[in-house]
Design a protein around this ligand. Structure first.
Ligand code: HEC
Ligand code: HEC
Ligand code: HEC
Ligand code: HEC
Ligand code: HEC
Length: 383
């Protein structure tokens, strides 16, 4: 705590000094990060505080505007930064993420802040808003016998540092199809956590049944602009008024696609979709994007997911008692063990959560999501 008291005073003094002059004073070289405080990165030499901290002077970064957008995001408001133990803070808190990106292990964070400016950028140490990290990311496969895959979509690489899988045990295995092969599941959260969007986009990470003919991926997987810009292509598209309402509520640093529109209804950010060479005439995210999904892609996925849900329910693999704390999760019988035989059928349960947790209802990769849900249904319908 010794450092704790000195540094905020120093910062405040510098900060106030910077606001009184036309330009901030030259900042001192930053203190080096130490082992006991992985988050302390210091200031770049010659940094001018006013560049970013005076709205009136900041015609370059628009920090105020971006901070306003961020404040509307689920990053700011989601509430899950309370997941602050060492095993969670590396993605759910800025402090833990900085530790992790610095090559260390995230630790318990007693005063955590949600993923904010200093997660994705390092403005004080670098004096700019370059991305903290954007190198390709190896996402671990959670399916036995399937290799890990590298995600490489420009600035989207930063997103999947958090929007990635967490380890699943035991892993489902597409080769275990003999009637005697069994898998024993003991946790209601038998899924690779919530950040599966990167895998979905690149067409990896879903459970493929060997006897089903998969069609491949939607255009999103390989489209040049998405390969270059990644997730921000659609989630951070800047809004312009008119014609798109909702500036500051969607796109940019809100990263929201859906937002409260005029008149109380929900509106959808389609700026990213309408870029040149993409979907000029699109009016809804529920886009009839492929010949196999002549109805809206989201409608098609939702209908198939309903069917899959019912099939899993009838096998007793999903908790359907609304009063149970595990409602909507895997149903673990009183014995503490859910045994699935042949083990391969657990792939249907896995795919259900994979598609559910992607949260785009197939927009990220319609063909792939549709095949995963259809093949799962086919597997469960086998005698
Ligand atoms: C490249 C942009 C940039 C520069 C230059 C910069 N800052 Fe910051 N600083 C930020 C951002 C972004 C935040 C977090 C968002 C916010 O609070 O506006 C921040 C936050 C802070 C905070 C915490 C404020 C709070 O409300 O929590 C202090 C204190 C601070 N900066 C001091 C300084 C000082 C002192 C300098 C000059 C030595 C400086 N900054 C230079 C971008 C910058
Ligand atoms: C530091 C980790 C981290 C990074 C980096 C990150 N996210 Fe997130 N993201 C999260 C967490 C954690 C949540 C959930 C927040 C909560 O519930 O408190 C989230 C939520 C979201 C949501 C809202 C999801 C919902 O359920 O409505 C969107 C959209 C999103 N992120 C997009 C992105 C994009 C796009 C990027 C890259 C530009 C990105 N994220 C980078 C951790 C991160
Ligand atoms: C590898 C990064 C990572 C780690 C580690 C991680 N999470 Fe998450 N978690 C995420 C992301 C990203 C989201 C947001 C997904 C979304 O909404 O799209 C999330 C969402 C959640 C949610 C919200 C789900 C919802 O329905 O809104 C809970 C709860 C959660 N995590 C709990 C935990 C707990 C508990 C731990 C530690 C045991 C943990 N997480 C560790 C990345 C991570
Ligand atoms: C979840 C990750 C994330 C968070 C949190 C985040 N940013 Fe960003 N920011 C990005 C990405 C991604 C870009 C776009 C970079 C690109 O396309 O190359 C960006 C771009 C920017 C830019 C434009 C950079 C330039 O050189 O033109 C500024 C300025 C900026 N962010 C400021 C902020 C501020 C201020 C905050 C906090 C209020 C913040 N960001 C929080 C991910 C994030
Ligand atoms: C081609 C455009 C596009 C790309 C690229 C894209 N998304 Fe999405 N994303 C969407 C759309 C559209 C939705 C669904 C919005 C809806 O129906 O509410 C969505 C939904 C989501 C959601 C659920 C929360 C929400 O806003 O509805 C998260 C989280 C998310 N995407 C994260 C990511 C991440 C992380 C990446 C990169 C790995 C990514 N997305 C790439 C378009 C895109």
């Amino acid at each position: 705590m010794r450092k704790g008291s000195i540094i905020p005073c120093l910062l405040t003094a510098l900060f106030l000094a910077s606001l009184t002059g036309c330009q901030g004073p030259e900042g001192p070289p930053g203190p080096a990060a130490t082992a006991d405080n992985g988050s302390l990165e210091g200031f770049a030499a010659n940094i001018k505080c006013g560049t970013c901290h005076t709205a009136e002077q900041d015609t370059n970064y628009f920090v105020e505007g971006r901070a306003y957008q961020w404040a509307q995001s689920k990053h700011a408001k989601g509430g899950d930064s309370e997941r602050n133990s060492a095993s969670c803070s590396g993605c759910h808190t800025t402090e833990g993420f900085i530790q992790r990106m610095g090559g260390g292990a995230a630790t318990n964070q007693s005063a955590p802040s949600p993923p904010g400016c200093f997660s994705c950028h390092s403005p004080h140490q670098r004096g700019d808003f370059s991305l903290r990290k954007s190198t390709p990311v190896l996402i671990k496969s959670q399916i036995a016998t399937v290799p890990d895959a590298t995600f490489d979509y420009g600035p989207g690489n930063l997103c999947v540092q958090c929007h990635m899988t967490r380890d699943l045990n035991p892993k489902p295995d597409p080769t275990k199809s003999a009637p005697t092969d069994s898998i024993v599941i003991t946790t209601a959260r038998w899924y690779p956590h919530y950040g599966v969007q990167g895998q979905m986009l690149m067409g990896e990470g879903g459970f493929k049944f060997p006897d089903y003919a998969y069609q491949g991926n939607s255009i999103h997987t390989t489209a040049t602009i998405i390969k270059q810009e990644g997730c921000p292509t659609c989630h951070m598209a800047e809004q312009v008024y008119p014609p798109n309402l909702g500036t500051g509520k969607a796109g940019g640093h809100t990263m929201n696609i859906r937002f409260p529109g005029e008149g109380g209804g929900e509106a959808t950010l389609l700026t990213g979709c309408k870029q040149s060479g993409c979907h000029a005439a699109i009016t809804t995210a529920d886009f009839p994007g492929s010949s196999t999904a002549p109805v809206g892609a989201q409608t098609a996925i939702a209908a198939n997911m309903d069917t899959l849900h019912r099939l899993l329910e009838s096998r007793g693999w999903l908790e359907t008692d609304q009063n149970s704390p595990n409602y909507g999760l895997v149903k673990i019988p009183a014995s503490g063990k859910l045994v699935i035989k042949p083990a391969i059928k657990s792939g249907a349960l896995y795919n259900y959560f994979f598609i559910e947790h992607d949260l785009s209802l197939g927009v990220h990769n319609t063909l792939y999501a549709l095949d995963l849900v259809r093949s799962s249904i086919a597997e469960l319908r086998k005698p």
